[in-house]
Design a protein around this ligand. Structure first.
Ligand SMILES: [Fe+2]
Length: 284
């Protein structure tokens, strides 16, 4: 008898769900509905041993929401021209855009098994762990977000480098589907909390970062060939250490986005190190 998506699952610690199902066989409407439900409930889904064309991956993600066929990043490799082999600090993709992609998926087409990982933290769960006073304060605050793709290992300075694109957004995002509050700041791309002086802003941001990036609540997924990860790009942040020296790491990337992502990419995003002399690690 044909398996039903969601009937064979395993909880991942500290969050996420592994689902045993061969996605290449196609999804029935019930399978698709189950996929969408599990995606929003668990925020991260892992399917192992998958063999999908890019079109098939579009079809799978299409059960969650509209897929982005115009993304400039189709494959993540050590020599791709956008991310390359650099360290990527915790971020959500397109976090500085008004409407970031809701979901991201990566399928390991060709990797050295168990030699590299992507790390995840749950920023919705982090909100629930915040000290009451910090939660109360950030509920009313906006933050300044810079257009960085996560390449900065250090904390962004209070004063943004001149010329760097940025936007102000609520420090707490309400998830558009689940309604959950999400701590929507990131160490590598949030410069300050609007209306607070340097000392106050920095102290409150450090409280948020300490909660968000607590290793006890961090998931590290070590890639094996055939792994498909699908995650909630609003509720989760992801990161990876640099992959210098790794030659085999080709991940096929498909995103779910209700709003056009390419139209929201500001100038300076693709090569942010060239923006007015900004250097990786600069703290002035
Ligand atoms: Fe990313």
């Amino acid at each position: 008898m044909r398996e039903i998506l969601g009937s064979d699952v395993r909880q991942i610690e500290p969050f996420g769900l592994e689902i045993r199902f061969d996605l290449a066989q196609g999804l029935s409407p019930d399978d698709g509905a189950a996929l969408k439900d599990l995606f929003y409930r668990h925020k991260l889904l892992l399917f192992r041993n998958q063999n999908l064309t890019r079109e098939q991956q579009f079809d799978v993600l299409g059960h969650i929401g509209p897929v982005d066929r115009a993304s400039p990043l189709d494959y993540v490799t050590p020599d791709d021209t956008i991310l390359g082999s650099r360290n990527l600090a915790f971020h959500s993709d397109m976090h500085f855009a008004p409407f970031p992609a809701e979901g991201v998926s990566l399928l390991a087409l060709d990797v050295e098994d168990d030699s590299t990982y992507t790390a995840f933290v749950d920023a919705a769960a982090a909100y629930d762990r915040l000290p009451d006073e910090a939660a109360r304060r950030i509920d009313k605050l906006k933050s300044v977000r810079a257009a960085t793709p996560g390449v900065y290992e250090d904390e962004l300075p209070y004063e943004l480098p001149e010329g760097m694109h940025s936007m102000e957004r609520e420090a707490v995002m309400r998830h558009p589907v689940t309604g959950e509050p999400i701590v929507y700041v990131a160490r590598c791309s949030t410069s300050r909390l609007v209306g607070l002086d340097r000392e106050d802003s920095t102290a409150l941001l450090h409280t948020l970062y300490d909660t968000l990036y607590d290793e006890a609540h961090m998931l590290k997924h070590w890639w094996r060939n055939g792994d498909l990860l699908i995650w909630d790009n609003l509720a989760l942040q992801h990161a990876r250490p640099d992959i210098e020296g790794i030659t085999r790491r080709k991940l096929q990337r498909v995103t779910v986005a209700t709003h056009d992502q390419s139209a929201q990419i500001p100038a300076g995003y693709v090569a942010p190190v060239d923006v007015d002399g900004w250097q990786v690690g600069t703290d002035s």
